[in-house]
Design a protein around this ligand. Structure first.
Ligand code: HEC
Length: 118
């Protein structure tokens, strides 16, 4: 009996995680994050890579930006985009980014790139 309960909890957890991942992916494009951090969250010279960074670290940074902890010009630029995120958005984005699977632009769905990706 105990094994059945553990099994069911595991399945529920897997579904919850993949729902959060998908919501995070949608937010990443809808909130404009991809325009600076790149469609595959790969970053560039002035914008840090976000893909596969630890979830706790991403949450901490996003909450700090949201709380207005931005000193340099580039931090202030970033802070505007964290302003309107709620806790759940931050959690979803961090789930998506920390488990990021699409490390190449070619892997990103055409819907998100508006048809210019391929
Ligand atoms: C206008 C460009 C721009 C947009 C849009 C933007 N960012 Fe950023 N982001 C930056 C810059 C620049 C930094 C580096 C700030 C610094 O100097 O610490 C940064 C830093 C970050 C960091 C910290 C990374 C690290 O390694 O410490 C996270 C997390 C982050 N952004 C997430 C997001 C998310 C999520 C979104 C969408 C809601 C977003 N960003 C939108 C420019 C942007």
């Amino acid at each position: 009996m105990r094994f059945i309960i553990i099994f069911v909890l595991l399945i529920v957890e897997l579904f919850a995680n993949s729902a959060a991942y998908n919501r995070g992916e949608t937010l990443f494009f809808a909130k404009g994050c991809s325009s600076c951090h790149g469609p595959a969250a790969e970053g560039s010279s002035s914008y840090p890579r976000l893909a596969q960074k630890p979830k706790k670290y991403l949450i901490k940074r996003l909450k700090a930006f949201r709380a207005g902890k931005a000193i340099t010009v580039s931090q202030q630029m970033m802070a505007q985009f964290a302003n309107n995120l709620n806790d759940r958005n931050i959690d979803d984005l961090a789930t998506f980014l920390s488990q990021h699977k699409k490390t190449k632009i070619e892997d990103v769905a055409d819907d998100y790139l508006g048809g210019v990706g391929s």
